[in-house]
Design a protein around this ligand. Structure first.
Ligand SMILES: *[C@@H]1O[C@H](CO)[C@@H](O)[C@H](O)[C@H]1NC(C)=O
Ligand SMILES: *[C@@H]1O[C@H](CO)[C@@H](O)[C@H](O)[C@H]1NC(C)=O
Length: 212
């Protein structure tokens, strides 16, 4: 009787100590590495991330990191030159995205701007207006070393990913990349995000059949 009680006490302690680090109410880190002219990135932002954002924003800490499979070289006069998977226009686009993200006051505004650019890659001014952003600082940023430095920083982060990025968009929950999370997010983002969120996340208890 007494040993049974002890076992129960130990089991309870172990269950508590083994609980995940994140609790309901904590924001779950969600990092999205992408490229401005990449069709898979477009598909993900336009058809998954942006439409899911009303739900996901209640429990995720989203970061958008435009760079993807680009490379960079220092320029002798200062700044950086880039080579991008979908050509030079993608490098220009990554800089515009990075500047817009920097000058957004919320990640919701940044996602609105970048999603708009996915369909209208050269309409920075219009996308800024639709997102409620002042275009002037974004324009100065994209034409100067400021924008190059932002994308260079994204590049350093992207090139240091473990494991090395082999698909774009590259999607990471809780700072740990996982193949099935990566693949399933492309078609079923809300479900995957909820599966990686702390138990009892209110936005998830409504929709996920397996939690009923
Ligand atoms: C951006 O926000 C505006 C204002 O809420 C909205 O009309 C527009 O559809 C949004 N754009 C995207 C791409 O979500
Ligand atoms: C999305 O995920 C949910 C929950 O895991 C699952 O029930 C549903 O079948 C999935 N849908 C697709 C299209 O994969």
């Amino acid at each position: 009787m007494r040993s049974l009680l002890l076992i129960c006490v130990f089991a309870l302690i172990c269950a508590v100590r083994g609980a995940p680090q994140t609790r309901a109410g904590d924001l779950m880190p969600l990092d999205v590495y992408y490229e401005s002219l990449c069709p898979d990135s477009r598909n993900f932002l336009v058809n998954q991330l942006n439409p899911s954002w009303a739900t996901l924003s209640t429990f995720t800490d989203l970061r958008l990191i435009p760079f993807g499979k680009a490379t960079f070289q220092p320029i002798t006069e200062g700044g950086w030159s880039f080579e991008c998977q979908h050509g030079p226009d993608e490098c220009t686009g990554n800089i515009l995205h990075a500047c817009g993200i920097k000058y957004s006051s919320t990640i919701t505004q940044a996602l609105n701007f970048t999603t708009c650019l996915m369909d209208l890659p050269t309409d920075g001014e219009l996308c800024a207006e639709l997102a409620g952003l002042d275009y002037a600082p974004i324009d100065i940023c994209q034409m100067s070393i400021e924008g190059q430095d932002l994308v260079h920083d994204h590049g350093v982060e992207t090139l240091n990913l473990e494991p090395t990025l082999f698909f774009v968009p590259w999607i990471i929950y809780n700072k740990v990349w996982d193949l099935s999370n990566q693949q399933d997010s492309l078609t079923n983002l809300t479900a995957v995000a909820c599966n990686n969120a702390p138990a009892n996340t209110p936005a998830c208890s409504v929709k996920i059949p397996s939690r009923i």
